[in-house]
Design a protein around this ligand. Structure first.
Ligand code: ADP
Ligand code: MG
Length: 273
């Protein structure tokens, strides 16, 4: 070790900062001549809960779809654990993309399939496990989310809250490192929304996943986020911790707080951590 490195250690300085778990650099996506994502920079630490807010049509769903590989990026990079998904060769790309899981808006369960088949679907698609092994893993995951004996039911036979947990179980099937949620509270009443917020934080705590949540629920974002990003016209316009955001004045974030009719400072003050 060099003298300067030793001195830095003695002074408690980190010589190399811990790399971000998810690092997005200058990511763009155009549909034809329509530039939807116009240079996204995003850095999220391992186990963090990041919330992206933004108006409809801002490109939020597109961002998640590009991250999980449902839609190819036009340019830029997506590094997970330091490896770039965008420039990776097909085999490595598929491996890296499996590190992302997604809970779709309204859970997006297939009504014609049983709960068990819905949850087991990622294993059928991505593994060579037998039917029996898949059924066992499905039951295990469902039990972790406090769902018992629902495998043979159809999604329409479940309550909204149960469907959310089934959608979450499916997203967790391949043990993702980064779990993304597209507007998980949309269409839910305020009480159910708070339960989903708790489920997101609980899932992070139990499974150690890095979480990326798309939301237009400002109160929920201020309550659960470690960091909030505001997406505006395909770019991340404002970012900060909930506390930092409420203290900023004259930014788009304030317009969002005002428009949602919440007392942002009070919500932040009520946070447990
Ligand atoms: N597959 C697609 N083909 C063409 N345009 C698309 C496609 N998906 C999304 N878009 C366009 O991208 C823009 C952003 O859409 P989206 O990401 O769904 O926004 P948000 O989720 O923020 O409401 C919209 O203008 C939409 O029309
Ligand atoms: Mg959307």
């Amino acid at each position: 070790m060099s003298d300067s490195a030793a001195a830095a250690l003695l002074e408690g300085e980190a010589t190399t900062p811990a790399p971000a778990h998810l690092l997005v650099r200058q990511l763009t996506k155009s549909f034809g001549s329509n530039p939807v994502l116009r240079g996204i920079d995003l850095e999220i630490g391992r186990g963090e809960v990041a919330v992206i807010i933004g108006g409809s049509g801002a490109g939020k769903t597109t961002l998640l779809k590009v991250l999980i590989g449902l839609v190819p990026a036009t340019s830029g990079s997506i590094l997970i654990g330091g490896q770039d998904v965008v420039s990776a060769r097909p085999r490595l790309k598929r491996q890296l993309q499996k590190k992302f899981g997604m809970v779709f808006q309204y859970s997006a369960l297939l009504d014609s399939m049983t709960v068990g088949d819905n949850v087991g679907f990622p294993l059928v698609e991505h593994t060579k496990l037998s039917r029996k092994e898949i059924a066992e893993r499905v039951t295990e995951k469902l039990a972790l989310l406090d769902l018992h004996g629902v495998e043979r039911l159809y999604p329409s036979e479940l309550s909204g809250g149960m469907r959310k947990r089934v959608g979450l179980a499916r997203a967790l099937m391949l043990d993702p490192e980064v779990l993304m949620y597209d507007e998980p509270t949309s269409g839910l009443d305020p009480l159910s929304s708070r339960l989903v917020d708790e489920l997101i934080v609980d899932t992070r705590d139990r499974f150690g996943v890095t979480s990326l949540i798309i939301s237009h629920d400002m109160a929920g974002a201020l309550k659960i986020a470690d960091r909030i990003f505001l997406l505006h016209r395909g770019q991340l316009a404002v970012q900060g911790t909930p506390r930092e955001l409420t203290r900023m004045t004259g930014t788009l974030a304030n317009d969002f707080f005002t428009a949602s009719g919440i007392d942002a400072e009070r919500v932040v003050a009520s946070r447990k951590r």
